[in-house]
Every structure is written in C-alpha cells, then in structure tokens.
Write a protein of this length. Structure first.
Length: 115
C-alpha cells in the first residue's frame, strides 16, 4: 500500500469554546436533577484536547432539590446518546465518583458524577 492510498486518521478536537457551549447547554437543566456542572481536564487547562471533554456534575447544596443521579443520567442520554462505563484505573481509587461514563457523539465526553 503506497503512502497516497493509506487512510488518514482525522483528529477530532474539543476546543474551550466548544466545551463552554456544551456546559451552557446542560447547565440550567442539570439543576432540575440537583446538580451543578463544570468543565475540567485538558480543554479547561490547555484550551483544547484531541482526546475528550471532561465534564463534572457536583451536587447542589439545595434542601428542596436533592441529587437525582439516575434521572440525570437518563436525561444526559437524551442529550449525548448512550453511555458506557468509564473503566480507567486512574479513577477507580476515587470513591467520590458515583458514575464514570463515556459518551461518543462523535467526539468523546467523559462524565464524572460526584457524590
């Protein structure tokens, strides 16, 4: 196979602007499930990532609206499609994550739901 006939892998980037847009898209509705949403990882720290967008859901301190992680996850599936568990040993030691999920839409989103 010659160089000209080899498939080219397309690099799919997340930018800070795109990450902010996703956060803003889910921010208000996440409160209905008792969560606040924030951005982390390479997109936040470096302004871009060729790997993924890291999104964290933190429980609100709201006595009237306690965290409802199952409803949050069902709603996220309507936004980003089906998820798969994120099996990464770096996070297995972090007992404070209730759910570690991966969405591929076609760019990857890793979601962490904090207790």
């Amino acid at each position: 196979m010659g160089v000209e006939s080899m498939p080219v892998k397309t690099l799919v980037m997340w930018t800070l602007e795109q990450g902010r847009a996703e956060i803003q898209r889910v921010q208000l509705s996440s409160r209905e499930f008792g969560y606040h949403v924030c951005l982390g990882g390479g997109v936040l720290n470096a302004g871009e990532s060729s790997k993924d967008l890291d999104v964290y859901f933190l429980p609100l301190d709201d006595k009237l609206n306690s965290p409802q992680p199952d409803r949050l996850l069902a709603w996220l599936e309507t936004m980003w499609g089906l998820y798969t568990p994120l099996n990464d040993p770096r996070y297995d030691q972090s007992a404070h994550y209730r759910h570690k999920l991966r969405f591929d839409i076609p760019k990857r989103i890793d979601v962490f739901v904090v207790y």
